[in-house]
Design a protein around this ligand. Structure first.
Ligand SMILES: *Cc1c(COP(=O)(O)O)cnc(C)c1O
Length: 428
């Protein structure tokens, strides 16, 4: 494949944009090489500026669950654009999307829309602190909750790729209120509760970790966290920016039958537009301004174009529950077959999958947490990544990332992926 235009565009971008990208993982730092500039996308495929096409296993890092540019969403957004871009007033659409969200998800009464997953998590934590009158939060090593200060401590893929546990610019004052636990390790959480009695406002976690590669919660982990929160009057926050409207309509709460007190959203909820949200029972949400004292606001929150894209995407998912069934099955098939192929060729691999999220870790060990992921063979992943890319398959450009399957990825795409993997293995 030729990447002449992408190379030239990246060179120019680096002049005007720090590192040439507006979000670090796009820079290919982990896998090496030049990032590919995409011009358009449709269904399962991306087309780059040089005219190359790729099967897309990133799907904009999750939002494009229906594949790229689905015609129903395109039509709805085009229609909406004619009415204007932004009003800064309430609109009927905001109630419609709030209604479909609260009706689809168990245990939530109300939802506040924001513009990104980062904002959603940042605001949910403030609300949890305001509601409990406590300061500290527990997060897990390798979980990512956006780039706000409290969360930038051992925050998974982005930081792991750059080899920094945490970011300069985050003050010690902020980090002292963030306690770190080990994913899938209840004991590490119990100890923190014992060391900080009546100080912990909330536990926040990805109910299926996706930002250190995909790591599903092990048996009784989520249930155990629920019990600990009940025991210590702390809130349980599911960061469902990845899993919300992806595992199932009701997200991780429905998938695992565990109740959370607050849920954060992003990605799928905006159908490809910049949208986030957080939700909970009225008992908690009423602490939010203007009803309550915890301040939170946004000039473009609930933007009509974004709401129309999100609403249309959620409506399609709601009306077609078979989509979840199908993408989950496709992902199970892909992950199982890949696991068999690598093992046939004697390559140790640990394949993790949950719903339509999956990751390959090149290691003979089982993967439970962030430390395990760091011990996998990331150089091998990088070789695999580049071989697949050269041959028209766009995997996430880091062994710390999750693959997202869309409803447009079907038998043909899966077969091509398996076939190329065999070719990679017979060549290497
Ligand atoms: C992507 C992500 C975020 C941050 O969302 P942005 O829209 O990138 O700010 C937060 N939490 C999780 C679990 C995510 O995957």
């Amino acid at each position: 494949m030729k990447y002449e235009r992408s190379s030239a565009l990246f060179k120019n971008a680096q002049k005007y944009i720090p590192g040439g990208v507006n979000s670090p993982v796009r820079a290919f730092k982990s896998v090496g090489g030049t990032p590919i500039f995409i011009k358009s996308a449709k269904g399962a495929y991306l087309t780059d500026e040089d005219g190359n096409s790729y099967i897309d296993y990133i799907n904009s890092w999750g939002p494009m669950i229906l594949g790229h540019n689905p015609s129903e969403v395109l039509e709805a957004v085009t229609e909406q654009l004619k009415n204007g871009f932004s009003f800064g007033t309430p609109t009927e659409l905001e109630t419609e999307i709030a209604k479909i969200i609260t009706e689809s998800v168990p245990y939530i009464d109300q939802v506040r829309m924001v513009n990104s997953g980062t904002e959603a998590c940042m605001s949910a934590i403030r609300l949890a602190r305001g509601y409990t009158s406590r300061n500290k939060i527990i997060k897990f090593e390798g979980c990512y909750h956006g780039h706000s200060d409290s969360f930038l401590i051992k925050a998974g893929s982005g930081l792991a790729t750059f080899g920094s546990p945490s970011s300069p610019g985050v003050t010690p004052g902020t980090t002292q209120d963030t306690l770190l636990a080990k994913y899938n390790d209840l004991e590490s959480v119990k100890i923190l509760f014992e060391q900080n009695p009546e100080e912990i406002a909330a536990i926040i976690l990805e109910p299926v970790a996706g930002n250190m590669g995909c790591i599903p919660p092990e048996k009784n982990f989520l249930e155990g966290l629920r019990d600990l929160c009940n025991k210590h009057d702390s809130l349980l926050i599911f960061d469902e920016v990845m899993t919300g409207f992806r595992l199932k309509m009701g997200g991780a709460q429905e998938y695992f039958s565990v109740k959370a007190d607050l849920i954060t959203y992003g990605k799928v909820i905006g159908g490809g537009m910049p949208v986030g949200a957080f939700a909970g029972s009225h008992k908690i949400m009423k602490f939010l301004s203007p009803e309550g004292p915890v301040y939170q606001a946004g000039t473009l929150s609930g933007n009509p174009i974004a709401m129309r894209a999100g609403y249309t995407t959620l409506s399609i998912l709601k009306d077609n529950p078979s989509i979840f069934h199908n993408i989950n099955n496709t992902t199970r098939k892909l992950s199982t077959e890949l696991s068999i192929i690598f093992k046939d060729f004697g390559v140790p691999v640990c394949v993790k999958q949950c719903g339509s999220m999956m990751s390959l870790f090149f290691t003979a060990e089982d993967i439970h947490n962030f430390d395990d992921v760091t011990r996998a063979n990331h150089e091998y992943f990088n070789k695999y990544f580049h071989f697949m890319l050269e041959n028209g398959i766009y995997l996430p450009p880091s062994g710390y990332e999750t693959w997202f399957i869309s409803s447009c990825i079907l038998g043909n795409e899966i077969n091509k992926t398996l076939e190329l993997t065999r070719k990679f293995l017979s060549k290497i």
